[in-house]
Design a protein around this ligand. Structure first.
Ligand code: C2E
Ligand code: CA
Ligand code: CA
Length: 496
């Protein structure tokens, strides 16, 4: 790109130099041929000089004007959709907000295309561009006179619509947008879905900055609920967002690991009731925030790309504690460690884990990595590669929360795992719901047929245990046997 700019600029300058040189050469000659007396020749030379200055000044003006216009356009307008970009959008939004009539409301919709990068990969970038253009044209045609649109990010749009301040009309707006976008998707024959966050002016903000922030908080909430969802901004959401931001700030602090510790939950053989393994679970007790449950901070740590560091800490700390307690390798020979959803898609994570486990070669041979089912089947090829490259080091694999993610038989055949961990929700309802009973029984049969083991998670009473035993399930984990415990308690538990 830089080389091309240089060549174009050089060409232009060279043409100018040649024309300028020729002009001097031939105009001098022409003046000398046309006029004889020195006074006229001198006068003509002066005119010629002025003429030259005027022409080049005009040329310079045209070129500069064009360059500035191009740059401005690039800075303010997105070349793919011809929509204002973020900065320009906020300026125009502020203008609209400042003249918003009292009986009207401005609805700002922050729109995000679900899995846009995957769409680009699957259908190609041209198809991606067509989606962006079709969204633009479809919404523009529909809302046209009362709206302002902008492209706020690679897969994000802003749509501001001024309408009557009537709750019914406002509530119907997101569905209306969804319908328009369904039509758009059908028209170009490319499947895409969007999530939306909605904020209302003046209630949620009177300026572009506060309104955009409210809509983006609502969008975040909509996305956390799945694909093709929408959320209206609310005070509660704002508090949740604030809490999330606090967690992000604390996660980024260098002393983070000082407040981490691990607990271990034993897994027992149902028949012999002896410990066959432990699951390592992370705990974070922050001096100010207090105890933050892993369900809460792990998804955030995933979003900010912190999971590789956290997993490294979990593995190293477990290896150290279990060795120091004298529990490995003799007393315990299966240590389950959770791998979070997004780690599989981090390019270097396989290498990171390989490096850690190469350092702890003996530990690798007794470690089992748990991947949740939805993650494992979401991108089966990536999961396969991930599992295969780490199996070489002797690591075993378990599919966590099994039964929630609709793994097909063929998928399971392609995943070289050693264990299925039956999701707690089924064990929870095993006493009362026949559906859960059927599912648990099928999972145990499936595992047996594949020659791999099945572990029931969240076993809290004898009835559940009895049912599992009747199904042919051999191992269980849950409060019925033991809650997750610190290393000292584990030592006592295993040795008792
Ligand atoms: P998970 O992997 O499904 O972990 C099992 C969760 O069930 C644990 O919650 C455990 O304390 C809880 N549990 C075990 N037995 C029972 C029972 O009988 N009844 C009930 N009601 N609950 C039981 P915890 O420790 O709060 O962890 C929640 C989730 O956080 C885990 O779900 C896992 O997804 C994630 N997590 C925890 N530690 C780590 C970690 O080190 N790395 C990663 N990536 N994720 C972790
Ligand atoms: Ca787990
Ligand atoms: Ca689980």
């Amino acid at each position: 790109m830089q080389k091309k700019t240089f060549v174009t600029a050089f060409k232009g300058t060279a043409i100018y130099a040649v024309i300028g040189g020729l002009w001097i050469l031939f105009s001098d000659k022409a003046v000398n041929t046309l006029f004889d007396d020195t006074a006229t020749i001198n006068l003509m030379q002066t005119y010629k000089g002025w003429f030259y200055v005027l022409v080049t000044a005009f040329l310079l003006f045209v070129l500069l004007k064009r360059a500035i216009q191009d740059t401005e356009k690039l800075l303010t307008l997105d070349p793919v959709t011809q929509l204002p970009r973020h900065y320009q959008f906020t300026r125009l939004l502020d203008q609209q907000l400042s003249k918003l009539p009292v009986d009207k409301a401005l609805i700002l919709i922050y729109l995000d295309i679900n899995r846009f990068s995957q769409l680009n990969q699957e259908f190609g970038h041209q198809a991606g561009d067509r989606v962006l253009q079709k969204i633009t044209s479809q919404l523009w045609e529909y809302f046209h006179s009362s709206s302002l649109m902008g492209r706020l990010g690679s897969d994000q749009f802003g749509l501001a619509v001024t309408i009557d301040n009537d709750r019914d009309i406002i509530d119907n707006l997101p569905e209306l947008v969804f319908r328009q976008l369904h039509n758009a998707s059908e028209a170009i024959n490319i499947p895409f879905k969007v999530s939306m966050g909605v904020a209302i002016a003046p209630t949620d903000g009177k300026q572009s900055k506060s309104l955009l922030s409210a809509a983006s908080i609502a969008l975040h909430n909509a996305k956390s609920r799945g694909e093709e969802q929408y959320s209206f901004f609310s005070r509660e959401l704002s508090e949740i967002a604030q809490h999330r931001q606090n967690i992000i700030n604390e996660l980024k602090k260098p002393e983070l690991f000082e407040h981490f510790h691990s607990v271990y939950q034993p897994q027992l053989s149902i028949l012999e009731q002896n410990v066959v393994g432990v699951e390592v679970l992370l705990r974070w007790t922050h001096p100010k925030l207090g105890f933050v449950p892993p369900d809460q901070f792990i998804p955030i740590a995933e979003d900010i790309g912190l999971m590789p560091d956290i997993t490294r800490w979990v593995i190293t700390n477990a290896q150290k504690e279990l060795t120091e307690a004298g529990l490995i390798p003799d007393r315990l020979n299966r240590i389950s460690i959770n791998i979070s959803a997004k780690e599989l898609n981090i390019e270097d994570q396989v290498k990171n884990l390989q490096q850690i486990f190469q350092e702890y070669e003996a530990f690798a041979k007794i470690c089992q990595l748990e991947i949740t089912e939805t993650t494992a089947i979401y991108d089966i090829k990536t999961s396969q590669k991930f599992i295969q490259s780490l199996k070489e080091l002797g690591l075993r694999f378990s599919i966590d929360d099994f039964g929630t993610g609709f793994t097909s038989l063929s998928n399971l055949k392609n995943l070289p795992v050693d264990e299925l961990k039956i999701d707690r929700s089924f064990i929870d309802k095993i006493e009362t719901e026949s559906n859960s009973q059927i599912i648990v029984k099928s999972i145990v049969d499936l595992a047996n047929n594949f020659g791999i083991s099945s572990v029931a998670e969240g076993v809290e009473n004898n009835n559940q245990l009895k049912f599992l035993q009747d199904c042919g399930c051999k191992e269980a984990q849950g409060y019925h046997f033991a809650k997750p415990m610190g290393i000292e308690d584990l030592k006592a538990f295993v040795k008792s």
